[in-house]
Design a protein around this ligand. Sequence first.
Ligand SMILES: *Cc1c(COP(=O)(O)O)cnc(C)c1O
Length: 238
Amino acid sequence: MTTASTDHAYLAANWASVRGRVDAACRDAGRDPSDVSILPVSKTFGPEVVRAAMALGLKRFGENKVQEIRAKAEALAGEDIEWVVIGHLQTNKAKDVARLASEVQSLDRIDLAEALHKRLMIEGRAIDVLIEVKTSPEESKQGLSPADLPAFLEALRAYDTLRVRGLMTMAVQSDDPEAVRACFRRLRELRDAAEMQGHELPRLSMGMSGDFSLAIAEGATEVRIGTAIFGRRDVTHV
Ligand SMILES: *Cc1c(COP(=O)(O)O)cnc(C)c1O
């Protein structure tokens, strides 16, 4: 872990490189680079690293643990930051999420929607949410089963504090690019089918440091990038 006195020049170089690679992937896919945003994933890196990233103009940060958001939000109180929850959420974290997060990308079950809605009502806030869908056969992967998506979307209409904006997924971990790409394609097709049913789902959050080009080729509007911007994480903290 870097310290406050560390030179953070590497962040500017990494950021420029990632933005350049994302833009190139857009051009290869015949897409406009301005249609794909990058969500920097700062998990496991401390507030001083987030502060250095803010100096590059970044303001939204993806985190997978609510305790970490709490600690960083406290350390960076008063800063213009938006915390985006991308990891599996327990319902007992709903209070902190409602207080601190600007968005949740890992909404995958109705009891969680219910808990978030209750707490958001108390806070008097509404947040953007993406539904995490399990597009990979791996047991370890989180997310709603694709077959359950239509009913879930209907059920979410009851919660006006949750603005459903799109879908999120993590692809299978595989050396076979076709297997990875199939996960991203699946998410896009699920989105297209839901839009035919009258749901507006403009956002597709898919693609990470190792597979974002494939995700962009399949229509990602947002890629979640940790390692390629911030460096390798201490594996014991992942
Ligand atoms: C950690 C994480 C990422 C970023 O992964 P990298 O491979 O470091 O880019 C993206 N999405 C989710 C849900 C994550 O937990």
